[in-house]
Design a protein around this ligand. Structure first.
Ligand code: SF4
Length: 283
């Protein structure tokens, strides 16, 4: 048993999120999960994106990589392939994941890369002071849509279900018990785990407020038995169901690569992984 406590995962840099932001709750729940699962700090890698949640790697006392906008999921998959003994998770906002990074998100879930993807989904680009994002409900007035957004909102949960993600979930950030339970299951899952975290941006989102969420959020009574049932619940626009929508077991991407069967890529012979011979072609 490791001798860790909740504060063992803190750095000496204090978060600068707005007082009352749900990011504090999510961050806390992640640390609780590491403790509960007795995960060694040196085995964990947090890959962050750009956005309010993007500076979280500074606050976690684990390995961290701050990626470019929309690239956190791709960077996480690359780190996992380089050393599949590590526990790798991505922290990314709805703009980065479903906007700039959508192709990475979809194609990596198809491969069942063994990474955990936590999407801080507040229906806005918040760091840039509140422009609409792919998940902003149609008609919402934001800084960039003064007459209301025109597009229908993207449905990330339905996308994950039909694109073969092996763990699909949606949670509400202010339901701490739900966060703890789903986060734990996501880290225990072998394969691509997707967690869409609904959270009101209390500073900038004046339409999808706490009250708006409270009226729409419902908890799934249990994990749906079929994908059709899961999809039907994910497509419900009147209610926002939360919980685990789908979980199945399939071999992970790295488990299907012969060269990684006995050794991690970083421990392979240098002549196999060295790029020097390729660089010579350009000299
Ligand atoms: Fe949180 Fe919104 Fe403040 Fe960003 S702007 S820190 S998402 S409350």
């Amino acid at each position: 048993m490791l001798n860790l406590k909740l504060t063992s995962f803190d750095t000496n840099i204090k978060p600068t999120w707005c007082p009352g932001c749900a990011n504090y709750l999510i961050f806390n729940s992640l640390k609780r999960t590491f403790l509960k699962l007795n995960l060694a700090k040196e085995k964990i890698v947090a890959v962050t994106d750009i956005g309010c949640c993007g500076n979280a790697a500074d606050f976690f006392s684990v390995y961290g990589f701050h990626s470019l906008h929309g690239r956190a999921v791709a960077a996480a998959a690359g780190i996992k392939l380089a050393n599949h003994k590590l526990i790798v998770f991505a922290i990314i906002g709805d703009g980065g994941c479903y906007g700039e990074g959508l192709t990475h998100f979809l194609n990596l879930m198809r491969g069942n890369h063994d990474i955990k993807v936590f999407v801080f989904d507040n229906y806005l680009y918040s760091l840039t002071t509140g422009q609409y994002s792919p998940t902003t409900p149609k008609g919402t007035v934001t800084k960039s849509t003064p007459n209301g957004s025109i597009e229908d909102a993207l449905n990330p949960l339905a996308l994950s279900l039909i694109n073969h993600a092996t763990f699909c979930s949606r949670v509400f950030a202010f339901n701490q018990n739900q966060l703890n339970e789903v986060f734990e299951k996501a880290f225990l899952h072998s394969g691509f785990a997707f967690i869409d975290i609904l959270q009101p941006c209390i500073t900038l989102n004046k339409t999808q407020t706490m009250l708006w969420y409270q009226e729409k959020i419902k908890q799934l009574p249990n994990i749906p038995q079929t994908k059709e049932e899961a999809l039907k619940l994910a497509l419900d626009e009147k209610n926002l169901y939360t919980g685990i929508f789908w979980q199945e077991y399939k071999p992970c991407y790295h488990e299907q690569i012969k060269i990684l069967k006995y050794k991690t890529l970083v421990n392979q012979r240098e002549d196999i992984i060295s790029i020097q011979k390729f660089l010579k072609d350009f000299s």
